[in-house]
Design a binder for this molecule. Structure first.
Ligand SMILES: *[C@@H]1O[C@H](CO)[C@@H](O)[C@H](O)[C@H]1NC(C)=O
Ligand SMILES: *[C@@H]1O[C@H](CO)[C@@H](O)[C@H](O)[C@H]1NC(C)=O
Ligand SMILES: *[C@@H]1O[C@H](CO)[C@@H](O)[C@H](O)[C@H]1NC(C)=O
Ligand SMILES: [Zn+2]
Length: 438
């Protein structure tokens, strides 16, 4: 007969063992469930690979390499967060690449710089087999079947069109399918969320008549109107005026982080009414309102926006290369699966996440194309901005030369009544001689 002491010791060792087994089992379970969430995220993303709303790779190509693609291999680029290898690792199937031109170029060489940035995106997306330049929702879906990374071109800032609808149309011809109405500067016709540049301050700022003509022309062309960077007034006026759904390609929730680049709940309601989309920006400053952030902070934005307008109105617009600090665990474009894993852990359904990853964007793009088709009888807009509205000393008006009148002998005249530039003289002489050769 075993002594009482032995029994106690035996039973205590039994419980200790069970406890140990339990601990081992539970950590194993954690390990397994941890892995399975990670696997689930990757599995989901292979079926519904990401369409990301915003990436400034083209800007980095200019800053670091003067757009000389021959000097680098885009599969693996150092010092930046985006390259083909990492896009593939992150299940990024389509990327809106931003054509960004600094606001300082407004009314200077913004149009030339814009063309050069369109050129470098077109080059990288045609010279690399892993990329494919797409210009329609149909082509975008097809590129997924071919396992290509689809490139969409979006112009970031209305100053790129220099208040010219013909310039806007020519960008469309070059493949541009989206334009943000402003960057950090007001244009003569729309207002920025930023007060960085003291230009085109108006009493009634939201969207001028010419601004409305820009939105109408974008609707007619089938170009997605992007409201990231515009003021809330301009955003609201645009949502009301646009016939097609609009997007915020890289903005987050103002309720969670009160930065003026983010979108307040009342505006989200209007966005939803227009069947639009907010593609959440990952830049730490817009996520935690600090330079440090982590995946939990990012997921808080998704949870909040879902609560306000539903998962069907949400997308992802990372803003890699366009911002300096990114959350811990989301440092480059290969890390998107970690975000999806976090949202799975927060009980987002696979259906909701498939919407967020790509179906919402495709729905918006297709609806923008439907509106274009409905407007196919409409002729190109001939709206012109008045010379009083655009304070541009470089803006010239082409006129036939009138050599009889000494006060107006130039084939061009400045739009603004400014002092005549001496530099203009040789051009004027050359062009008048050209015009006279007939
Ligand atoms: C990328 O290039 C760096 C050097 O620039 C190298 O260390 C690294 O192994 C390369 N990675 C891949 C995946 O090729
Ligand atoms: C501002 O513009 C709107 C729409 O164009 C107009 O209805 C309103 O009267 C204007 N307000 C002022 C103060 O000019
Ligand atoms: C993120 O940071 C917050 C503190 O700001 C912390 O409470 C949270 O646990 C962190 N989440 C992760 C996933 O590290
Ligand atoms: Zn931006």
């Amino acid at each position: 007969m075993p002594s009482r002491k032995t029994v106690t010791r035996a039973s205590s060792s039994f419980w200790m063992k069970s406890l140990r087994h339990l601990l081992v089992l539970s950590s194993l379970w954690c390990l397994i469930s941890g892995y399975s969430d990670k696997d689930r995220a990757h599995d989901l993303m292979s079926r519904y690979p990401l369409i990301d709303g915003h990436n400034d790779l083209a800007l980095k190509l200019r800053i670091l390499h003067s757009n000389r693609l021959s000097q680098i291999d885009l599969h693996n680029v150092s010092k930046i967060s985006t390259d083909i290898n990492r896009l593939q690792a992150g299940h990024v199937q389509a990327q809106m690449f931003a054509v960004y031109v600094l606001c300082g170029a407004q009314e200077k060489d913004a149009v030339r710089l814009t063309l050069e940035q369109i050129d470098v995106i077109r080059r990288m997306c045609t010279e690399y087999q892993d990329f494919e330049l797409v210009t329609s929702a149909h082509e975008l879906k097809n590129s997924a079947l071919k396992h290509k990374i689809a490139c969409l071109i979006s112009v970031e800032g209305g100053h790129s069109i220099d208040s010219s609808l013909p310039a806007l149309r020519m960008y469309y011809q070059l493949g541009v399918r989206s334009m943000a109405l402003t960057h950090t500067c007001n244009t003569p016709w729309a207002e920025s969320s930023s007060k960085l540049y003291n230009v085109y301050q108006r009493q009634n700022n939201s969207l001028t008549d010419f601004g409305k003509a820009v939105v109408e022309e974008m609707n007619r062309l089938g170009m997605i109107v992007d409201l990231s960077h515009t003021s809330w007034d301009t955003a609201l006026a645009t949502i009301k005026h646009s016939k097609a759904p609009v997007i915020f390609s890289h903005s987050s929730s103002f309720s969670i982080c009160n930065h003026n680049r983010n979108v307040p709940d009342w505006l989200l309601q209007d966005l939803k009414k227009k069947r639009g989309l907010i593609m959440v920006n990952l830049h730490s400053n817009f996520i935690s309102c600090r330079t440090e952030a982590n995946i939990s902070h990012v997921a808080d934005h998704f949870d909040h926006i879902k609560k306000v307008i539903g998962a069907e109105s949400i997308g992802i617009g990372g803003d890699f290369e366009g911002a300096v600090s990114f959350p811990q665990g989301l440092e480059d474009v290969s890390k998107y699966p970690a975000l999806i894993q976090e949202l799975l852990q927060r009980k987002w359904t696979e259906n909701e996440l498939a919407d967020v990853l790509r179906r919402n964007f495709l729905r918006v793009f297709e609806e923008v194309e439907r509106v274009r088709d409905q407007l196919s009888m409409k002729r190109p807009s001939e709206a012109q901005i008045s010379l009083e509205e655009v304070k541009n000393p470089c803006r010239l008006v082409l006129r036939p030369p009138d050599l009889r009148s000494p006060s107006n002998q130039s084939p061009f005249s400045r739009a603004q009544q400014g002092p005549k530039g001496l530099l203009m003289l040789p051009i004027v002489v050359l062009l008048s001689s050209l015009l006279m050769t007939e």
